[in-house]
Ligand binder design. Sequence first.
Ligand SMILES: [Zn+2]
Length: 462
Amino acid sequence: MKIYNTLTGKKEDFQPIKKGAVGIYNCGPTVYDMAHIGNLRTSVMYDMVRRVFEYEGYAVTQVMNITDVDDKTIKRSREEKKSLQEVTRHYEDLFLADLHSLNILIPHKVLRATDHIKEMIDMTAALLEKGIAYPTADGIYFSIGMFPGYGKLANIKLDAEVRERVAKDEYEKENPRDFALWKFTEKGDEVAWDSPFGKGRPGWSIECSAMAMKALGETVDIHTGGSDLLFPHHTNEIAQSEAVTGKKFVNYWMHGAFMNVNDEKMAKSKGNFLKLADIVKADISPLAFRYWLLTSHYHSPVNFSFEAVKAGQNAFIRLIEAFIDFSTVPAIHDDHHHHAHLESVDYKVEFNNVINDDFNMPEAVALVWKLIKDPAVEPMDKSAMLMDFDKVLGLGLAGILAMAKSETLSEPIAPEIIALAEAREEARKNKEWEKADALRKELEERGYEVKDVEGEYRLKKK
Ligand SMILES: [Zn+2]
């Protein structure tokens, strides 16, 4: 298996710390608002990495953090006049619901920062003891001048003069500074914990160091995040972790590229801060969005537009149609087919090759289409292989087939009907009742009745 390692700037052979096992740490969401589609692209990337390792037979431990204390979450709780926990749990629930809609497997461990304050205090204490951290009037700071390798990951040239301290978690790109490990309580702060150095709360980056090492050990196989986290977040994670342990913190760093919307950077001020619900409103099913994401390599920036994703959805619907066809026709066994099968491409081997080559999902999707169109492969074999490949792609084919079969074998439900039903389900989850009703009417006009049974929907032909 080959992985592009941001730390070395090279594609490398993956060597696990423990044979047959892999520990993966994903930088998760800051739960002060709903995730935007760029965040969700990163989540799909995490899921893809986990699925590939599981497909290859590794024992995977996937860990993701939830940042439920920082400047943004505290600001939001003040604005909403709610407790920090009320606000952060709400957005955490919405985030996990988005993952569910996108058929993203929930990481084995989802760790909240506020449950690991003790570990962060211990790390800060160790750094103080080593003389790498120092106290100021407003907190405990990490001295980047004391850590020689600082900035290596993001290729940042360190100015020896840099010793400026910063009061905020967010600072300008490529402007390295000492950063806060612990922030003392200010007047009016209601969010604070006791510590040996004074009442306060942790800085942002310390949480990922503390939780990654607690869950996966002092050296972690793989650490992933969006490319926006390279600096300062991941740069700081490396510095504080390695300064404490004296060991390499992470063997392979993986970064997902960003997403633009209509050729512009996503920003709240531009009004192009799209969420999954906005896509569903445009009649795009979350699984079709996932399919569209897989058609770009995680290294490549992508440009979102409704037209592009709708074109992806059309392709996805054709894929489903073909899959249902293959899965519902009787198998033909004759010598001719058997012979032809022997001569065809070994799709399983090719699939393995592309997914092991730095998670090349666009090639994997291209291979799926090659298989679908290959006249030398029997429909039942195509169906079985597509089901197998879907363990990695995560397009929910098993569920779609079950739904199609539940109606009648001779007359599967058309994919566009399923897409409408999925969109309605999504609207219901988001409590967009008008939208859900409109989609129900649309389904009825197309001759389908939709019923909600035990938290799931069922389609019935009228
Ligand atoms: Zn992180």
